[in-house]
Design a protein around this ligand. Sequence first.
Ligand SMILES: Cc1cc2nc3c(=O)[nH]c(=O)nc-3n(C[C@H](O)[C@H](O)[C@H](O)COP(=O)(O)OP(=O)(O)OC[C@H]3O[C@@H](n4cnc5c(N)ncnc54)[C@H](O)[C@@H]3O)c2cc1C
Length: 175
Amino acid sequence: VLSNLTTLSLASDNKTVSIGPAFRWGDVYKYLQQYNLSVAGGRLSPVGVPGLLLGGGINFYGNQVGFSADTVTKYEVVTAKGDIIYATSTANSDLFWALKGGSSNFGIVTRFTMKTFPSKKVWAGIYSVGPDNLPQFLSVGRTGSILSICTENLYRLLQTTRRQSLMPNLTLSQP
Ligand SMILES: Cc1cc2nc3c(=O)[nH]c(=O)nc-3n(C[C@H](O)[C@H](O)[C@H](O)COP(=O)(O)OP(=O)(O)OC[C@H]3O[C@@H](n4cnc5c(N)ncnc54)[C@H](O)[C@@H]3O)c2cc1C
């Protein structure tokens, strides 16, 4: 039963962590927290480690490290023949490639080795723009960029807000 595969062990150089498929991301983060480290895993703690890593994995660090699977450096796999093999960028490299999104089609993964990175604190917040600065904010990115799509939607929302007299003094210029 995969829930018995409970390896959770940081390498001696702290650069990688080996994770058995029993775990959910919350367990992994809690374990790594004591070392001020983290991994690019799931965004919610109850999500399982194996399914996410074998499916690719969208994470909070995607703009820096790509998919979660991109940070896996080694897989321990039991093949359909019952052999235990390892897949890395140099050993069984075709399997290594296929497991990064190939789901359950290429064997049972009994251990994942993932890159760690320092993560002392997690910052979260809301970016807000006061009414005085809204015209400048809305005038940014008028050239078909993603930002312009956001500002156009925001413009429509603010028009409604003004109509409903929630911000009667708001001056809007068309984005
Ligand atoms: C609330 C919620 C939040 C989510 N957030 C994210 C997110 O932030 N990022 C993201 O990318 N995805 C997210 N997902 C999707 C999530 O990654 C998938 O549902 C994933 O399959 C969950 O992994 P699991 O191990 O629990 O899956 P399971 O349902 O256990 O397995 C999924 C598939 O993988 C196979 N499998 C499981 N273990 C192994 C193994 N050891 N070897 C081989 N095959 C195996 C199973 O047979 C099955 O086909 C979220 C899902 C939910 C419900």
